[in-house]
Design a protein around this ligand. Structure first.
Ligand code: SF4
Ligand code: SF4
Length: 81
């Protein structure tokens, strides 16, 4: 199950069923916009990571680099000049 969050210029894609709820990505995010969804569990039985304010994401990629299970894909769309 894929969850996609998108705003002008940045997109986050979470492979939710791969997440083990370790919270590493939330700790490393400079904008503090990632949180575990305590109301749901994924196929592994963990609360999946979600993004609650994609507008604040700067597409730095840190969450994707930090995730040990390659859950997060960060896409950045360059703005035309
Ligand atoms: S790309 Fe950067 S700012 Fe966006 S959610 Fe990941 S760590 Fe946070
Ligand atoms: S680092 Fe990866 S496995 Fe850990 S909570 Fe974040 S998305 Fe899930």
């Amino acid at each position: 199950m894929k969850a996609t969050y998108s705003a002008s210029g940045q997109t986050l894609i979470f492979e939710e069923n791969l997440c083990k709820g370790c919270d590493l990505c939330a700790h490393v995010c400079p904008k503090k916009i990632l949180t575990l969804d305590k109301s749901r569990v994924n196929a592994k039985g963990y609360n999946p990571m979600t993004c609650f304010d994609i507008d604040k994401c700067i597409a730095c990629g840190m969450c994707g680099i930090m995730c040990p299970d390659s859950v997060i894909t960060v896409l950045k769309e360059e703005k035309a000049v």
